[in-house]
Design a protein around this ligand. Structure first.
Ligand SMILES: NC(=O)c1ccc[n+]([C@@H]2O[C@H](COP(=O)([O-])OP(=O)(O)OC[C@H]3O[C@@H](n4cnc5c(N)ncnc54)[C@H](OP(=O)(O)O)[C@@H]3O)[C@@H](O)[C@H]2O)c1
Length: 332
């Protein structure tokens, strides 16, 4: 039995309060590995996990954290050995099972990804679920025919957020012309987006569809959209013939009004992105690419800042307020 520190969320009537507590490990089950967590990260879903009616967690007390990276200290699965460096994102981590906001985590070996060569645990968490989702979005757009050169710019919405900022950076690194849409118009946000490689900065209002129209001039070779909501209809109407929209999120709302014309007149493809249950072969492929040609130059410096278990509750409140800029890594 080992003692370790974790952020524990407890429900108190209508409120959910989170604080750092000391916990003890349970005996390791067959098919599980024990991981000493080096880093975790902050995602929108982590904030929902500590929000009343956030619809992410069913039972409290709960240890949130949908991401972790660290090293295996004990294993009851033949695929892993003590000392292996690994990462876990999604599945039930931090949702139905205790998560990565803890110094020790015990998880099913089926959820575990070996850390790819050329990537540190801290870099893996600078990506985290948000970066993994950005990578899956790029991969799906490529499968749908997107290639650098000649097809026009790729649009990224919610561009200063986790998924958005990593997507801007990956696409620019691959040689795409990237247009970034962000509600944040301050000089710091604009400088961040330029640094990540965006060549055009747009306010969401600039993408609005004129009254009474469903399609307008073809502009985007592809779109990475973690915002969704009503603006998705506007975006679909300006995708170029045969282009794709990789849709992963709903910070702008879960419902959207759609129109058939982009699909039936321009063959536009709406590509749903799921990072949670993404099958292992595709997961491994994405992480290999993330350690290779998708890796943004200066991933940590350009995109990620660092926080601690103690300071996490404020970081979680900030992401819910839509204030996120880039990614926040949690050092355990
Ligand atoms: N499908 C999946 O597997 C998957 C995986 C990861 C995340 N997600 C979802 O993707 C979304 C983004 O996650 P994230 O971790 O990147 O969150 P994030 O870091 O908070 O980024 C979201 C960005 O969306 C924009 N935004 C926030 N509130 C908005 C609003 N009311 N209207 C329009 N835009 C708004 C903001 O960007 P600007 O200020 O720059 O506009 C914000 O920074 C979330 O809905 C999350 O649940 C899904």
């Amino acid at each position: 039995m080992e003692r370790y520190r974790a952020l524990v969320a407890r429900a108190d009537g209508e409120e959910i309060a989170s604080s750092v507590e000391e916990l003890e490990t349970a005996p390791l089950q067959e098919g599980y590995v024990r991981i000493r967590v080096a880093y975790s990260s902050v995602n929108f879903k982590d904030a929902l996990a500590v929000t009343p009616r956030g619809n992410v967690v069913k039972q409290y007390p709960h240890v949130p954290g949908i991401d972790l990276a660290g090293s295996v200290t004990a294993t009851r699965d033949a695929r892993f050995r003590e000392g292996d460096t690994v990462l876990v994102t999604g599945f039930g981590l931090g949702v139905s099972a205790p998560g990565g906001y803890a110094e020790i985590a015990q998880v099913p070996a089926d959820w575990v990804v070996p850390l790819p060569g050329g990537m540190t645990a801290r870099e893996a968490m600078a990506y985290g679920t948000a970066g993994f989702t950005a990578a899956l979005s790029v991969l799906r757009l490529e499968e749908a025919g997107l290639a650098p050169g000649g097809q026009g710019p790729v649009l990224v919405t919610g561009a200063t957020g986790g998924v958005g900022s990593v997507a801007v950076s990956m696409l620019a690194g691959l040689g795409y012309e990237v247009a970034a849409s962000s509600r944040k118009a301050d000089a710091e946000a604009q400088a961040l987006l330029r640094r990540l490689g965006a060549s055009e900065l747009l306010a969401p209002d600039a993408l609005r569809m004129p009254e009474g129209k469903a399609i307008v001039r073809e502009r985007w070779a592809g779109v990475v959209d973690p915002v969704g909501g009503v603006a998705l209809r506007d975006v679909l109407g300006s995708v170029r013939y045969g282009g794709g929209v990789a849709l992963s999120g709903f910070t702008g709302g879960a419902d959207f009004a759609a129109n058939v014309y982009p699909f039936i007149l321009r063959g536009v493809k709406l590509l749903g992105i799921d990072s949670v249950l993404c099958p292992m072969p595709e997961r491994l492929r994405a992480w290999e690419r993330m350690a290779g040609d998708l890796k943004p130059a200066g991933l940590l410096d350009a995109i990620a800042s660092e926080t601690t278990l103690e300071a996490l509750p404020e970081a979680l409140r900030a992401i819910l307020r839509g204030e996120m800029r880039g990614r926040v890594v949690v050092a355990l």
